[in-house]
Design a protein. Structure first.
Length: 478
């Protein structure tokens, strides 16, 4: 939770604004304290001037009236007029002796400042300094009039003034932070739309577009986002179309190669077997010693014919449109079980709704299953391979269910060649076929042993309608 708050842009900007505001409040408070201290010093200097002038006047009266008896210095009259809490005035002779001093009491309602504030205030502003003015008599210095304020009283008065600023800060800072956070949340609200759009793009929903925004910066992001999404959608559409054409061309080449092998190589092998049989009959009459060689030629030709049949089966699989996807897959599994001779056991489970799939999906699923079974048998070293074809139904409208996606899973208990399977050309071919149909392919290696190949293809996606062509799409719609 703390990590998420720490990485939140609104939270971080609010903290910075709050820190700057607190610094500004501290600077303002320091200025007020400095200005108050300067005013106090000016006031002390004025009081010292008044005291010095009053003492000089007393001394002059004593000189004018020779018989007048008067005590010097007399600060009582002066202190009555100017005395304030914590203020002290005194008269100090030239040798430093204080002859008279008056001090006002402390303010009763003044709260004692914290010790840390008192030390900080005294060290920073130099409180406790005295205002000193000389007392003259006929141009000669008699002594000094001194005025000062008790440091504790000055710190208490400063703390009283600073308390108002602290109270204002305690109210203003949370209010300011809340207002800033609310303003940032409102200004950055479009970022949720941007994050949602990026998530949809990551989920292959390339039709996502961002709405207009009020802020110029976010509007620039929106323009770039929409342009990139449009370019990516167009590029992927062109790539899928090119992949579809390449796959179709590859299938045509396979059919052409299968036809050539069947017509040319197959006929040649059949002729070899016929000639071997004819030679054996002749050898049986004229040269019995050649019977073994004739039988060897016949066996080799038969083996080559069997190999050719397997190659033709892989190059030109049974017609899925005529036999159906379920029957074609069951025949594929039966062929692998017969060829494996018990080393690998192949299993199959096909949904009843597999026959409802479009022809283009059925042919692609057969090719993908064929390649996956070949990889599991030859590279993974598996002893058990299971093929599962499931057609899921979801609610497309209230009370109506329809086919939405088909899932093909090929699981094995091998493990020695899983990495080779994942990086081989066959895996790339399967991935291209799935991408051309707008589906998803994943290959997961189990922790214990074995691997799972999972293919999910949406049945009613726009990509499949384009692959089927206008006529097939119209037939499916009808």
């Amino acid at each position: 939770m703390w990590k998420s708050w720490k990485s939140d842009l609104k939270y971080r900007l609010t903290l910075r604004v709050t820190a700057v505001s607190a610094f500004c409040f501290a600077v303002i408070a320091a200025y007020f304290l400095y200005d108050a201290e300067r005013s106090v010093r000016a006031r002390l200097a004025a009081i010292a001037d008044i005291a010095a002038k009053a003492l000089e006047l007393q001394q002059n009266k004593m000189d004018w009236v020779s018989n007048q008896r008067s005590e010097f210095p007399d600060l009582q009259n002066i202190s009555t007029a100017i005395m304030a809490p914590g203020l002290c005035i005194s008269y100090r002779t030239n040798d430093g002796q204080v002859l008279q001093r008056f001090c006002g009491g402390t303010q009763s309602d003044a709260a004692n400042p914290p010790r840390l504030f008192a030390v900080f205030y005294r060290e920073l502003l130099g409180t406790g300094q005295e205002a000193v003015r000389p007392v003259l008599r006929r141009g000669a210095k008699l002594g000094e009039a001194v005025a000062w304020i008790d440091p504790v009283t000055r710190a208490a008065q400063a703390w009283h003034e600073a308390g108002r600023l602290i109270a204002a800060l305690a109210v203003a800072l949370p209010l300011l932070s809340g207002l800033v956070y609310a303003a940032l949340a409102r200004a950055l609200r479009p970022t949720r739309s941007i994050r949602t759009g990026l998530a949809r793009i990551a989920a292959n929903d390339l039709s996502t577009r961002l709405p207009p925004f009020d802020l110029a910066e976010l509007s620039a992001v929106r323009d770039v986002f929409n342009q990139l999404a449009e370019s990516l959608e167009m590029a992927l559409a062109e790539r899928k179309e090119l992949t579809r054409k390449l796959i179709a061309l590859q299938d045509d080449e396979r059919r052409h190669l299968a036809r050539e092998l069947h017509d040319e190589f197959g006929q040649s092998l059949a002729a070899v077997r016929a000639l071997a049989a004819s030679a054996r009959q002749s050898a049986a009459q004229d040269c019995p010693a050649l019977l073994g060689e004739c039988d060897s030629i016949a066996r080799i030709a038969a083996g080559m014919m069997e190999t050719l049949r397997g190659a033709l089966f892989r190059l030109r699989p049974p017609d899925v449109d005529e036999l159906g996807l379920a029957a074609s897959l069951e025949g594929l599994i039966a062929g692998w079980n017969s060829r494996s001779r018990g080393h690998t056991h192949f299993e199959i489970k096909v949904s009843d709704r597999a026959e409802q799939l479009p022809a283009v999906i059925g042919a692609s699923l057969y090719r993908i299953a064929q390649e996956a079974l070949t990889n599991a048998a030859k590279h993974a070293g598996a002893t058990r391979v299971a093929l599962d074809l499931t057609v899921r139904e979801t609610e497309v409208a209230p009370g109506q269910c329809g086919v939405q996606e088909v899932e093909l899973t090929v699981a094995d208990d091998g493990g020695t060649g899983d990495q080779a399977v994942k990086t081989g050309m066959g895996f790339l071919g399967m991935r291209e076929r799935v991408a051309a149909l707008g589906g998803r392919l994943s290959f997961e290696v189990r922790q214990s042993r074995g691997a799972v190949l999972r293919v999910i293809i949406p049945v009613a996606s726009p990509q499949i309608l384009r692959v089927e062509g206008p006529q097939a799409a119209a037939e499916r719609a009808a």
